[in-house]
Structure formats: C-alpha cells, structure tokens
Design a binder for this molecule. Structure first.
Ligand code: HEC
Length: 126
C-alpha cells in the first residue's frame, strides 16, 4: 500500500523534472515560466502577449517586431544573436534601435529565461 503510494507520487514528479526546465543551450539554461514573467513586465508592450509583435505600444514603432511564432523569421537568430539583442539592444545586433537594451534592467539569468520563452513560441509552433 505504502509502496504504491510512493510510486504514485514519484512518477509525476519525475515527469515534471524532465519537462520543467527547458534550456536552449547547455551553458545558458533558461526557464520558460520565469521568462513569461519577464516578458509581461518588459517586452509585452511592444511584442504583444503572444509575441506576435502587436503590443499596445507597437503602433508607435516605425520598425515592426517579428512574429515570434514564425520559425522562418526567428530561426535565423542564433542564441547569441538573441542574447545580444536583449542585453545590448537592436542597434548592437544589426537591428533597429527601437528595440531597447535591457542589460541595465535584467540580469543574465532573466535574459536567458526570456529568450527561452521567445524560443518556446516558434520551436513549439506547428
Ligand atoms: C519599445 C518597444 C520594445 C520593447 C519594450 C522590446 N522590444 Fe524587442 N524589438 C522591438 C522592435 C521594434 C524590434 C524589431 C527590430 C528590427 O527588426 O530591426 C524588436 C526585435 C526584437 C527581437 C528580434 C526578433 C523580432 O521580434 O524582430 C527580439 C528577440 C526581441 N526584440 C526581444 C525582446 C525582449 C526579450 C524584450 C523584453 C525583455 C523586448 N524585445 C522588448 C521593440 C521592443
């Protein structure tokens, strides 16, 4: 009886451990769930809740952000490109300076987390 109960708990916990921390590079582990929180606070106003590039401030942007769900547009950006874009801003990564730098607002872990979220949108897309 007790043994069965242990298995009952252990199996879902193991599944959770396998699935929970999604990392996009061995040395840069990002947590998608934490990334969602960073996104809501810092990125949503331009990039939109679902990363479609349709946030409330996006109408004011001369250069429109990409749809993060589109693998064709997003897969050209390497992990390093994404990191530089977020940390140093668009201008440092050959993109528009309308994309602000977050190096002063976010620490590296938060940047990895938000990148993991961004990547989860197109790597999961059909
Ligand atoms: C003030 C509006 C604004 C905010 C806030 C903002 N971005 Fe952007 N972002 C842009 C614009 C505009 C571009 C398009 C730049 C280009 O294509 O030249 C862009 C581009 C990007 C790109 C390249 C792919 C794309 O969408 O074109 C990534 C990745 C990105 N931003 C991530 C983030 C993350 C992560 C945050 C939050 C930490 C964030 N951005 C916050 C405006 C913003």
């Amino acid at each position: 009886m007790e043994k069965k109960f242990f298995v009952f708990l252990a199996v879902p916990f193991w599944v959770y451990l396998q699935a929970a921390p999604i990392s996009f590079a061995a040395d840069k582990p990002g947590n998608v769930q934490k990334g969602v929180e960073v996104h809501k606070k810092q990125c949503l106003r331009c990039h939109g809740a679902e990363g479609k590039g349709d946030g409330p401030a996006s109408r004011l942007l001369k250069v429109k952000p990409a749809d993060w769900r589109d693998p064709a547009r997003m897969s050209s950006l390497s992990d390093e490109d994404l990191y530089r874009l977020v940390k140093e801003g668009g201008a440092a990564a050959g993109k528009s300076k309308m994309m602000p730098a977050f190096g002063a607002k976010l620490n590296d872990q938060e940047i990895y987390d938000v990148i993991a979220f961004v990547k989860s949108l197109h790597s999961k897309a059909k």
